[in-house]
Design a protein around this ligand. Structure first.
Ligand code: FES
Ligand code: FES
Length: 158
């Protein structure tokens, strides 16, 4: 069996010719999209989170062959073409929601998916929604504040 066709950041891509290729391998190794980070490779840390058809998915834990026709978005797709950062990226910067930054792309993609899940922009709702994303540096306070602000701004956008 050959590969499958999907879209990554709006571009058509053929992947999965190797049946064991994971989505993070497609992104980083085949396409050079190294903004998506590998932390554990065992679906625990969330550093590799991307959007697949709008849902947050740990890309180390899905095979490309499972994704025919899928629309994948990685962190590289969030900023506008003129370089303006996505509201969630801006909120992370404003609230100092990162230190080493290793977890940040996965955190941001998980947070963007929360907007479509109707997660309330409240710390008590955001904390459990972030349970699959680990940060070794920040203590989470700034991250939670940033996600709440980012959600509010995404929902206020026209
Ligand atoms: S690298 Fe995928 S969850 Fe950790
Ligand atoms: S900022 Fe370092 S792991 Fe989260």
């Amino acid at each position: 069996m050959g590969g499958v066709s999907l879209k990554v950041n709006g571009q058509p891509v053929l992947g999965g010719e190797d049946a064991s290729q994971t989505l993070i391998e497609l992104l980083r190794d085949q396409l050079g999209l190294t903004g998506t980070h590998a932390g554990c490779d065992t679906a625990q840390c969330g550093a590799c989170t991307v959007l697949v058809d709008g849902l947050a998915v740990k890309s180390c834990n899905v095979l490309v062959r499972q994704l025919p026709g899928a629309e994948v978005q990685s962190i590289e797709a969030l900023a506008a073409p003129d370089g303006t950062l996505h509201p969630m990226q801006q909120a992370f910067g404003q609230h100092h929601a990162l230190q080493c930054g290793y977890c940040t792309p996965g955190m941001v993609m998980r947070a963007v998916a929360m907007a479509a899940e109707d997660v309330p922009a409240e710390p008590d709702a955001v904390r459990p929604a972030l349970a699959g994303n680990l940060c070794r540096c920040t203590g989470y306070s700034g991250i939670v504040t940033a996600v709440c602000q980012g959600l509010r701004q995404m929902r206020a956008a026209p």
